[in-house]
Design a protein. Structure first.
Length: 335
């Protein structure tokens, strides 16, 4: 067994491409941490069915998400990279956790409140309500110490910690208590057209979302038409200049330059010049990832083989935890 701390994280295959918020909020951290951690990265397809999905699209998006993890730099030989539904222990543990989660506690999850408000009461399902306990199961099955995510997942990781503590005190020490790892500066990337809303795979307007698999010309166009204020001064001020501040964050992460040095470089030279340079940086980052993703997708059988092998590795760990849980809560062993 590895002596490195265990890390777990995941992304939903809910679109045919990741968006750059997923990359900057989650994958950049994953890449940084994968060498120093026993890292497990999941494609959480069972979470993606908590809103309506098309079966053919879901299957395709699951492969595409896996290919993007690898193309972006996750190494499936060093880390474990697998599809959630390939390891049945996830929904099994989620069921157990449902039985120790308060109805009121689950009702307070802001992501549930937002998503159910958007969908309307009639299409809000029990599955969407139980999304956070499935996420807790993902993390707790692997005894993960560290969970690198964007800011919108903080509350779910808090719930996971509460559930782990509750289970441990009721049934004896079983789960490690995980810690969210959220990079303050990049925890929230905003929509390019609506820079006060989070960039999201389910955004209403295409122009505000930069997809990893967009053609380079499309990416450049979206960056150049991002909404900014009128004063033309490249300065980081999220309160009164949310648009340009968001672009500065993106630039800073992708180019590895501090915001202060970007302000010094671009300051009063106008937005046009800054956006052109940023478009180059974004395209230079994502064009190779896009190309590699398309190469990987050209051989789906090989991709499926890698995912199957990784799922076996994941299942070994997950099944051990699940067996302990079943035993602790008093389920009868099958003879
Ligand atoms: P998902 O697919 O909605 O988001 C995946 C990751 O991307 C981050 N993210 C962002 N970060 C910064 N700015 C944005 N605009 C932005 N949009 C998305 C999210 O915070 C997340 O880290 N529920 C999880 C998936 C999940 C999971 C888990 C994560 C299921 N089980 C266990 C960690 C551990 C989610 O939000 O997926």
């Amino acid at each position: 067994m590895s002596s490195k701390p265990r890390l777990f994280s995941g992304i939903q295959p809910s679109a045919n491409s990741l968006q750059i918020g997923n990359y900057i909020g989650a994958i950049v951290q994953w890449k940084e941490l994968q060498a120093s951690h026993d890292a497990i990265f999941c494609i959480v397809d069972l979470h993606a069915i908590t809103v309506q999905q098309d079966p053919t699209q879901l299957r395709e998006n699951t492969r595409r998400t896996a290919a993007q993890y690898i193309a972006a730099g996750i190494d499936p030989a060093a880390s474990t990279l697998f599809v959630q539904s390939h390891v049945p222990a996830h929904p099994e543990l989620a069921w157990i956790l449902n039985t120790i989660t308060g109805f009121g506690e689950a009702s307070r999850m802001t992501q549930f409140k937002d998503k159910s408000a958007r969908q309307g009461a009639d299409s809000t399902t029990v599955g969407l309500f139980a999304y956070p306990t499935l996420m807790a199961a993902d993390i707790l099955l692997y005894q993960a110490a560290v969970v690198p995510v964007g800011d919108d997942q903080r509350q779910h990781v808090e719930l996971t910690r509460d559930l782990a503590g509750r289970f441990n005190s009721r049934f004896g020490d079983t789960f490690a208590i995980p810690e969210a790892r959220i990079q303050r500066e990049t925890a929230r990337i905003y929509d390019l057209q609506e820079p006060t809303s989070k960039m999201s795979k389910s955004a209403s307007s295409e122009a505000g979302v930069v997809w990893l698999l967009d053609e380079p010309t499309v990416t450049a166009k979206k960056i150049k038409s991002a909404v900014t204020d009128a004063d033309n001064d490249v300065r980081f001020d999220p309160e009164s200049k949310p648009g340009i501040s968001n672009l500065l964050t993106i630039y800073s992460v992708l180019a590895g330059e501090s915001i202060a040095s970007l302000e010094a470089e671009f300051g009063s030279r106008g937005y046009g010049n800054f956006k052109t340079k940023l478009a180059d940086v974004v395209v230079a980052t994502f064009a190779p990832i896009r190309e590699r993703t398309l190469e990987l997708l050209a051989d789906p059988a090989e991709l499926d083989r890698v995912l199957a092998g990784n799922a076996d590795r994941a299942a070994e760990i997950a099944n051990r935890t699940l067996a302990t849980v079943y035993d602790r809560i008093g389920l009868l062993h099958k003879a």
